[in-house]
Design a protein around this ligand. Sequence first.
Ligand SMILES: Cc1cc2nc3c(=O)[nH]c(=O)nc-3n(C[C@H](O)[C@H](O)[C@H](O)COP(=O)(O)O)c2cc1C
Length: 326
Amino acid sequence: MAVPIELSVDLAPERPGGLRLRNPVMIASGTFGYDGYGRGMGIAPGAPLGELGAVLPKTITRHAREGNPEPRWFPASFREGLAAGETTLLNSIGLTNPGIKAAMSELAPQWQASEANIVMSMAAESPEQWEEMASFTRGVAGFAAIELNLSCPNVDDGAMFSHHPRLTEAAVAGVRRQTDLPIWAKLSPNVPDIADIACAAVGAGADALTISNTIPALHIDIDTGAPTLGAGAGGLSGPALRPITMALVQRAAQAVDAPIIGVGGVMDGRHAAEYLMAGATAVQVGSANLADLNAPFRILAELEQLLLQWEVRSVADIIGRGRGHG
Ligand SMILES: Cc1cc2nc3c(=O)[nH]c(=O)nc-3n(C[C@H](O)[C@H](O)[C@H](O)COP(=O)(O)O)c2cc1C
């Protein structure tokens, strides 16, 4: 009988006890169901979400946010757009969320009751607020780690946390002071050298890096001459993002020892394998999931099939190399 492939990966190997995921495929923040919090995907007990490595609900901020004006999507339907061959997907949701207090009292119990391995995503507006938000998570059950969405501006100077090593360090260090949970730092793609930011995040206590968030992008409606999205510019995700993020993952993996989570345009199992070969330990699925809620499960099955075909014994055998022979 064939020996089963070892799919599990550790996303916080330096932390006591680590953070072992049953496999390397997760749902990216903001793309968990139609509302970012699981609508349509069945957060209820019994849903197959426990089959995935982890699920990241939409980013939580200090206070509730309504989000940006409509339209928030280009094309209006990612599913129809992708089916028609569109590779450029834009969104501008604006971090619609109930705020950290409501999230801890209302969402965390649902997460705890679900089969899913939840990693909470949060964002803050100042180094002090990062620390304050982390303090609100203390003693709350329902999530295994915290991902810091660092693609958000610091109110003091308007600079994006993930654009500056100093701000990245301040955010991560503040959260690190308040929690023993594993911390994943989610970085932005549009920086001169991702290695500088990666080193700052890991140096301040991040256990893994998620690379990356969307790229600022604009679509103009030529009938009106105005931006298509209600907020003006938005974030580019999907297939067009993949080769860019792939290069960032490889660069960061060469710069730090911490595990990297590749995210950007993973549409099938081959893309997941590409990220692992570029040096990622795991992947997150975003836009593909919005086009088809079954996508992460399909991608996991396809990845497993590839590993079987290649006769590798474990996911670790292809991380940073080709098919186990590197
Ligand atoms: C509709 C939408 C909402 C998103 N919301 C969030 C969010 O709340 N927090 C976050 O860290 N990333 C958010 N993202 C970014 C994704 O998590 C992911 O980093 C990005 O889309 C690239 O992956 P993809 O090409 O697989 O979509 C969002 C992406 C989309 C498409």
